[in-house]
Every structure is written in C-alpha cells, then in structure tokens.
Unconditional design. Structure first.
Length: 189
C-alpha cells in the first residue's frame, strides 16, 4: 500500500504514569521531523486508524486494543477493548468505552485533553519530538569516516515536532498481568 506521513509511526512509548502509579500511559508519535511551519498545517488523516495493541498473557498476540481515529475534527479513542479478531485487519470496536477530544492546534496556550467516566484520559496534537539522536554522526560512523559518537551528542531532532496521541488508562482496565507487551500499528481504510 501507499504510505503517507500521517501513518508513519516515529515512536511508541508505554510507561507507568509518574503522577499516578495506578495508571499506564501510552504514546504513539507520527509524522516526524516536522518543522514549525509544517507543524502548523499537520493533521491526523481521517482514513488512518492508530492502534495500540496490548498483550497481557505473554503470547505476543493482542488481547486488548486502544483504537484512535479522527472523526468530525476530533480524535476518538475506543477501548481498551478486546479486538475480536487479532492480526493485521481491524474492526473499530464502537461497543466499548469511547473518549473524544478536539485535536490541540499548534501553538495553543495549553493542551486539550478529555477524560472518560472509566478514567481514560486522552490528548492528540503536535508535540516537540522527544527522541534524541545524532543522525549526522550515525551516518558518518556507518560510512566509516568516524568511529564514535560525539560527547555531548548533537540532537538532529531539536526544533522538530511530531503529531502525538497520548492515552492514559487505569491499570485495572488492562487485566491482571504484572507485565504487558505493547506495540503500535497504523491501518488505512
């Protein structure tokens, strides 16, 4: 299939909330290396499903999904919910919990977030790219013209942005496993 910046995942993160250890935070970043000018025009495409897959039984098959989709100018987040059929195809699970938020515009004074009655809290919009990497030196090492990274390194991603989806979920909604496996996917209709 064709690719577009809207379905290009740059990073995915899953971590315990630093503010509340009864919650997990899931972050999926897309559209890397956005300049400030490009960020102002960046959007989440309407035909792309952003999906967090959660395995809570240790078999590397998703037991739960959190599905994120832009509809009517808002990010709608479905789940966490059983995917029905795991694998490469997805059906939007509209029968589960739904949380909806307006996408935060670039340059907004404060981020827009929304919380569902089940405790799921969401955000969608532009953010400073959190990944630090010295891409120039990395390429020089690969080419054989340098043998090590600089100390301190030079952040290639400084001043660039990503489009970010952040979902905070009570751990009670993720099953009883002490360890979960998490991966992200984008799917185009």
């Amino acid at each position: 299939g064709s690719t577009s910046p809207g379905n290009d995942i740059t990073d995915i993160y899953a971590f315990q909330s630093p503010a509340d250890n009864s919650k997990m935070v899931f972050v999926l970043n897309t559209q890397g290396l956005l300049s400030p000018g490009a960020t102002a025009a960046a959007t989440f495409p309407n035909n792309v499903l952003y999906e967090f897959n959660i395995d809570n039984t240790g078999d590397n098959i998703e037991d739960l999904v959190i599905q994120c989709l832009v509809q009517n100018g808002k990010m709608r987040v479905y789940g966490p919910v059983n995917p029905g059929t795991p694998g490469l195809s997805s059906t939007i699970k509209t029968n589960g919990p739904v949380t909806e938020v307006s996408v935060t515009p670039y340059g907004a004074a404060s981020p827009l977030s929304a919380t569902n009655a089940n405790g799921t809290r969401i955000f969608a919009g532009p953010r400073d790219d959190p990944f630090f990497f010295d891409l120039v030196r990395f390429k020089e090492i690969l080419a054989g013209t340098q043998t090590s990274f600089r100390n301190p390194g030079v952040d290639t991603f400084a001043g660039t942005n990503v489009m970010s989806i952040v979902v905070e979920v009570p751990k009670s909604l993720l099953g009883s496993a002490a360890t979960i496996n998490v991966w992200g996917e984008t799917k185009t209709k």
